[in-house]
Design a protein around this ligand. Sequence first.
Ligand SMILES: [Zn+2]
Length: 472
Amino acid sequence: MKKIIKNGTIVTATDTYEADILIENGMISQIGKDLSSADAEVVDAKGNYIFPGGIDPHTHLDMPFGGTVTKDNFETGTIAAAFGGTTTIIDFCLTQKGKTLRSALDTWHEKADGNAVIDYGFHLQIVEMNEVILKELATVSKEEGISSFKVFMAYKNQFQADDETLFKTLVAAKELGALVMVHAENGDVIDYLVKKALEEGKTEPIYHALTRPPEAEAEATGRAATLTGLANSQLYVVHVSCAEAAAKIAEARNKGIDIWGETCPQYLVLDQSYLEKPEFEGAKYVWSPPLREKWNQEVLWNALKSGQLQTLGSDQCSFDFNGQKDLGKEDFSKIPNGGPIIEDRVSILFSEGVDKGRINLNQFVDIMSTKAAKLFGLYPKKGTIAVGSDADLVVFNPHAERVITSDADHMAVDYNAFEGIRVKGEPVSVLSRGEFVIKDKTFVGKAGSGQYIKRAKYGETLSAEKKAVPQS
Ligand SMILES: [Zn+2]
């Protein structure tokens, strides 16, 4: 069925203007003043912004970790994402040494297909690199439209890959047209510091942060950047948490290395002191890299504003406080790493970013949607509002005020990391390919309506520019 969104203010990464949007067959077919169509459903968006649907390039749904599995799966996680104004996620498909990439992808499709309510793609984890894997990688990346590979430099004896694997992956990615993503922390050094702390009887959640110092993140970030330059390849550093790591990225960019940086809402508004909350409550804020000292927040905001960091991922990886996080009650290293962030990513960026004057409205759209679409081969199908693009749209009321609480959110876990934070602005309605997923703050979508997206190669959509010129 056709729809017309009337009277809203359209905001893209480059433009802000008032116009109507005609939607046909899941796509935007016309943008202009006073559009009408006899058989179209009219959606009045007066007083609201219309944003392209958010793209969350960093999620872990239905993911096994530390002897348990994330509470949010592809159904609950994508419903929460939609409530928050996100219409596309890219989730990390984990692989195992000695097993085929195909088997890992089959497992991830089983988790997502038929369950997701918004569109999704997969990044593919690389744990080892040899002739067999290289050959299979060339095949599956093409078949599945996967143009991003993930390498962990931390989590020793679990996910961590060595420098040889990272370097070979960088070389292969250049060849195959993919972006290499790194979790940049020095896993060997962290492993030593964790063991030492535990030997000294330091078991509380705060030691999670103290055994993963900013230097460990900065060192790995700089090393990955150097190896990227050496391989003449391309790199995306996930979840940059601190000034030292952001500086390594800026330094490499200044040298002409093709490197991009993502931060997350939690690093922009929460800080290391949260891990010191009494009664083990600090465990709610255990993820890696850890929360940093508060002064880092303004450095990260400035890096987003200046373009030295470009995207915002949620790193959604949710575990219940009761029954999952408490696996580490006697030993911080056994606390499952991760937090529930997927629903509040866009709201935090708008409220703390735009409303508080740290970034402008177009930068906001670029950071929460457009840049990720360009980097990960989704643009201009996703990530903008233009004729021919998917009608993935968010009707957003910039004046609404609310307090974030676990009671009101839609994630499956028993707490919210942003509990009690007052935010300005909220998504009212959210459309995925022209169909309402959220209508007037109510979920009206259905499990399985989200589609798997095959993505273009790295670079092909990076500098594309599609302007939505109003036709009046
Ligand atoms: Zn992650």
